[in-house]
Ligand binder design. Sequence first.
Ligand code: ADP
Length: 309
Amino acid sequence: MRPRIAVLGSIHMDYVISLDRIPRLGETLIGKGFKMTPGGKGANQAVAAARLGAEVYMIGRVGENLIGDELIKNFERNGVRIDHVKRAKTHSGVALIFIDSSGNNIIGVAPGADHHISKDDVDEAFRDLGDRIDILLLQLEIPVEIVEYAIEKFSEKNVKILLNPAPYRPLSREVLSKIFIATPNEVELELMSGVKIAGDRDLIRAGRRVIEKLGIENLVVTLGGRGAMIITEKEERLIPAFKVKPIDTTGAGDAFNGALAVALSMGRSLEEAVIYANAAGALSTLKIGAQEALPTSEEVERFLEESGR
Ligand code: ADP
């Protein structure tokens, strides 16, 4: 049976202009290129999981505009189920991104429809999916109260909750204690734990504090080119990254989270699932863009085989 995953989160269109340098305040600068590409952490992670063979249900909102139509078409092209993608009487979420010739960027986001996701939307999705999905995957680009409500609701059923706490915002302890796995990066772990991280000892201390104080069962801390660290109450284990020559690391975290959800819902152990997610994360750095760079299950399997895993 294909793993079944629901993703509740943001759906954006990214507008990317590349320039020699970032314009100064008040300056108009002629750029070198433009690209309009679907994004948003929620949508990226949904597409990541779908490419890896899961049956994926997106829960979210797009605007009543042409961009909304495009975002829905993009889900259809990628085989993501859109039964729970609704329209909102506003614009679709957009990100305006300027990238300079060294790859530095500045980004502004207008969430639009993302901020119109309601508790009713969650209830509706819950009625349909509560008994059917293995994993609910969440991020923090939509209102926190909706994320909290969804965790409360879906944890009543036999659904594992995977939270990618990005961009970081605090959630109530009661809600966090219902999470099976949280996947912060180092910056997010610092914010969650209140511990300044200067080395692996701090990292483990911060992770333990999150587990003890917030009651989360498992942490998987993503460490970019180093891989990811599993931290549980009893142990910690660094799962090293696959060695690649990255071209663009945008969306590596989204590839990682989508893949982690897929591997876990296929019944792999946490360690095996992190190896699989590291492979998907590494492969996603070899192409430019977020969604365009997401690997398929065949690509990940072949890569794992070639790497001797
Ligand atoms: P985020 O972008 O959310 O901060 P990371 O940069 O930690 O996330 O990347 C997520 C995952 O992608 C890493 O845990 C790793 O598995 C993979 N990854 C990212 N950068 C590299 C890299 N340079 N080489 C190999 N794998 C990478």
